[in-house]
Design a protein around this ligand. Structure first.
Ligand code: MSP
Length: 633
């Protein structure tokens, strides 16, 4: 039987569109989920949206939409966004689902029956933004610490959950399970909250004030507090108490949240679980906050980062890599595009991209693209193999404890060692002398084996790059089985490699500021319309560029050889923005039935499509690898 792993994100409020913060947490969940998939675990990945409460009602009103229409719309934005960032969740839960609502009522009734919920009058300071009461001590200069607005004093009769009863039990539980809340600083923060007596939690809202919620099963005049409803998503999605998913995955539950919601997850949630007689989660993993250019991300300031725009400009894998590598899990981090461009160009294009293309190109040059047989497989490999094994160890131990940045530093140390290894062993010199053939083969074999292992290590963060690397190395592109993949010596001599490609094009453009965005958005004049029949006459095909060279007489044109199921020679105006070697292996869209013409003495049998404006030329290709010749409709 396989081991199990259960990962959850917070369910996000539907009062605003998804932004960088939501994307980060959900990418982390996807990364760790893929990591356990590679380890051969059965995994379950839950995300979703939190759709009740005051905030949502206010946002719907502001948008002039009915509440249901509004929550459907925003929830769908989250749901649709995740796959475009290569996030593969197993279940997307919405708190407005009928099943979830019935479940929340059952649990409330259970806790009520056991005597942990009571009715009482309460007067306190209420922050509408946070949807909770604050004590005087929690306020900063009389204001809510999160919203910086003065809370309102309100007095009402409500239902309360006896949290205080479980305070000592929870303190002791944390001491007995010292890594339950990690990193440690957040465990300490929770313990420090618990030094003061816990107040009981107000878990109802009168319907006179809020109707958009789940009615209490024991009092029709009240709806439940949004946090009580939301936290229960983690087990309602698994079908507690009898669901197979609950039995399999709840014992290995790992929550991921940011520090803003530490208190509900580090105090309310375990106490609700205890009161309902349900075992506690295994780990609460808490990360810091993304700031933008040193300041808080906020709609009012207008600095909210749209993950979809980042992915469209820089690519999914590059965006995922940046956020995972840049943030030390647990601490705050700063997001800015120049830093992202720097990382893409140095870590991805220079270090990994160059290592990959140099190695593959050398194997083609010196061994006809075939993995050579290493002469002394195991022995005499001390300048290489130990580095690979130590990188694997470092990577594994850091991934296990959510230290993603360190895990990736370990991979990049290996990449840097391999780049130096090429410079030191100088395969181009070895290739000149017959007596050095064995050493040449050993060096190239080592490099290919290192790349195969790296492709597996980067899979959780850069799944598309894993597919590109694996297919070029003649390996399967299925989810790598880690035990198999990380064993030395698995690349078979005799394997045919594909021609080299550039994994990550260098980014030359300046970051997209507001000003140049307007120029991007400026429409060029549209051409006159054509009929559908005319459009259908154009035969668009997927092509792969297999060769590219400059044309002596032309400043703009490159001569390309493109495989579209048959070989075509095409002259394309790309030389101002692409070097010939950067184009090799790129997938493009080709107009295959354009009348052949001679351009600057070169026969051109088709056209390669590109997006062109005054500053940029950018070739257009399919989103995934497709077979050359595939028709585009
Ligand atoms: N609905 C509640 C969660 C209920 S879970 C049972 C909620 N929703 S939220 O939309 O406000 O999402 C908060 C979460 O979004 C944070 O905990 C974090 O995961 C993510 N982030 C939102 N802004 C963020 C940053 N600026 N930086 C990093 N992550 C942040 O709270």
């Amino acid at each position: 039987m396989n081991d199990n792993f259960y990962i959850t994100t917070p369910i996000y409020y539907v009062n605003a569109k998804p932004h960088l913060g939501h994307a980060y947490t959900t990418i982390v969940a996807d990364v760790i989920n893929r990591f356990y998939n590679m380890k051969g675990y059965d995994t379950f990945f839950l995300t979703g949206t939190d759709e009740h409460g005051d905030k949502v009602v206010k946002s719907a009103l502001k948008e002039n939409l009915g509440i249901k229409a509004y929550v459907d719309y925003i929830s769908d934005l989250f749901k649709q966004l995740w796959p475009t960032l290569s996030i593969g969740y197993d279940r997307f839960i919405r708190t407005t689902e009928t099943g979830h609502k019935a479940f929340v009522k059952d649990i409330l009734q259970k806790i009520y029956d056991s005597g942990d919920i009571y009715f009482s009058e309460y007067e306190g300071l209420y922050c509408y933004g946070c949807e909770r009461f604050y004590t005087e001590r929690e306020l900063i200069n009389g204001n809510c610490p999160d919203h910086n607005t003065a809370p309102e004093r309100i007095k009402e009769s409500n239902y309360f959950f006896k949290m205080s009863r479980y305070q000592d039990w929870w303190i002791q539980y944390i001491h007995e399970h010292p890594d339950i809340i990690r990193p440690e600083r957040y465990k300490n923060e929770v313990l420090s909250f618990l030094k003061d007596p816990l107040e009981d939690l107000c878990i109802s809202r009168p319907k006179s004030r809020l109707k958009w919620g789940i009615t209490l099963p024991f009092d029709n005049n009240y709806v439940t507090y949004v946090w009580f409803d939301a936290l229960l998503n983690y087990i309602s999605a698994l079908g507690y108490p009898d669901g197979e998913l609950f039995k399999q995955f709840w014992p290995v539950a790992n929550h991921i949240v940011a520090k803003d919601i530490l208190k509900p997850h580090g105090i309310y949630w375990p106490i609700i679980l205890k009161a309902a007689g349900i075992p506690i989660y295994k780990h609460l993993n808490v990360h810091g906050y993304w700031n933008i250019d040193q300041s808080k991300m906020s709609k009012t300031v207008g600095n909210v980062v749209d993950p979809l725009a980042m992915k469209n400009i820089y690519g999914t894998d590059a965006f995922r890599y940046f956020v995972i590598r840049e943030m030390v899990f647990g601490l705050d981090a700063d997001f800015n595009e120049p830093a992202m461009i720097l990382r893409i160009n140095s870590d991805l294009a220079n270090d990994l991209g160059n290592l990959f293309s140099r190695t593959i190109t050398m194997v083609h040059k010196y061994c006809q693209g075939i993995v050579p047989t290493p002469p002394h497989f195991i022995e005499n490999n001390e300048d290489f193999k130990p580095y690979v094994l130590s990188a694997i160890n470092d990577y594994m131990s850091n991934m296990e404890i959510f230290a993603f940045h360190k895990a990736h530093i370990a991979i990049w140390e290996l990449i840097s060692h391999m780049n130096k290894y090429i410079d030191i062993t100088a395969p181009w010199e070895l290739a000149k002398q017959k007596k050095s053939t064995d050493t040449l083969h050993q060096v190239l074999y080592n490099l290919l084996e290192g790349l195969r292992i790296i492709s597996c290590l980067i899979f959780p963060v850069m799944p598309e790059t894993y597919v590109k690397m694996s297919s070029h190395l003649g390996q399967s592109t299925d989810i790598p089985n880690m035990t198999e993949y990380l064993t030395w010596g698995k690349i078979k001599p005799g394997t045919q490699l594909l021609k080299s490609i550039s994994l990550f094009p260098r980014i030359e453009a300046k970051p997209h500021s507001k000003e140049d965005k307007s120029s991007i958005e400026t429409r060029q004049t549209l051409k006159p319309e054509i009929s559908f029949e005319t459009f259908q006459k154009i035969d668009f095909r997927v092509g792969v560029i297999t060769h590219a060279e400059t044309i002596r007489k032309s400043k703009k044109l490159l001569k390309l050889t493109v495989d579209i199921g048959e070989t075509r020679s095409i002259a394309a105006g790309l030389s101002t923005h692409y070097k010939p070697e950067d184009l090799i292996g790129k997938q493009v869209v080709v107009v295959a039935n354009l009348k052949p013409a001679k351009l600057m003495g070169v026969l051109s049998q088709g056209m390669v499509l590109a997006a062109v404006n005054d500053n940029e030329t950018c070739i257009i290709g399919p989103d995934k690898l497709m077979a050359p010749g595939t028709s585009i409709q």
